[in-house]
Design a protein around this ligand. Sequence first.
Ligand code: UPG
Length: 327
Amino acid sequence: MTWLITGGAGYIGAHVAHAMSEAGERAVVLDDVSSGVPGRLPAGVPLVRGSITDRELLDRVLAEHAVTGVVHLAAKKQVGESVERPLYYYRENVHGLTVLLEAVVAAGVRRFLFSSSAAVYGVPDVDLITEETPAEPINPYGETKLTGEWLVRATGRAHGLATACLRYFNVAGAARPELADTGVFNIIPMFFDRITRGEAPRIFGADYPTPDGTCVRDYIHVADLAGAHLAVARRLAEDTDGGDLTVNIGRGRGVSVRELADVVSEVTGFTGPPVVEARRAGDAARAVASVDRVAKELGWSASRGVREMVESAWEGWRLLHPEATGS
Ligand SMILES: O=c1ccn([C@@H]2O[C@H](COP(=O)(O)OP(=O)(O)O[C@H]3O[C@H](CO)[C@@H](O)[C@H](O)[C@H]3O)[C@@H](O)[C@H]2O)c(=O)[nH]1
């Protein structure tokens, strides 16, 4: 197999590229480096700079590298931005995927792994979200991921591809500091950002119907997530009959914002209490994965805990912000 990893210079993509190349899989990365960092790529994995909307480029890359499978992570992923710029999100995440699938079908590639999201579920009022929980996204980002799944499965059925859609829950941490998330869009980097400015982390709402009143999420270490991609890629490689595997990728354990704030305080040495602010629009009280299907289908489960996620993210943050953290 030779795998094309789209978005492989991004935060999650680079972890996937490292996990696959360390496991001996041959890979090539396509990334427009709009947010990706070329230096993150492992040695021996070539980077092609360009967009998934560029059909000529796709045809050339698939042919020149004799690609036999695609791991598709290139996408826009900020919920708020997707509300402000829906057409941009549909263009990048849906139109881009359509162009990529057309090239894949034309090139005779038969394995396709799609990076989906828990955002497809919207805000379900359930204890554990299973893959059977209705998908009712509440923002354009989630809509584009759900539409993407439909495109992938329909293409797989029509053209005999083996496909997989991985619904990631809340991804955090870093396998090593150089691979850390450079964005400040999720809770852990947002907490670090406040702390390094000497400000208390903010809790968006403490009046939710949860044990401590703050939102509960299923945080998963990005190194575990990368391992899941490797396991799925290997399953797809063995699959000769086609068919789809759609699975939640999480730990199946809920962690509240307050609990996470406590771990961040311990790790960073920040002593002040967090400040409670108003709820943020669109946040579900609880979003925790049922991980039974992925365990049953692949024998895969996550092994790293929240402390490891926060510690590794903090090491990465210190590397990125040496002046601010005195390192
Ligand atoms: O400074 C902060 C930042 C976040 N939160 C809360 O922390 C929780 C997690 O927030 P965030 O890290 O922004 O993640 P989510 O809103 O859960 O969304 C993430 O996880 C989803 C999948 O579960 C993906 O679809 C999204 O792209 C990804 O951003 C939420 O309850 C927020 O209200 C705070 O209280 N304070």
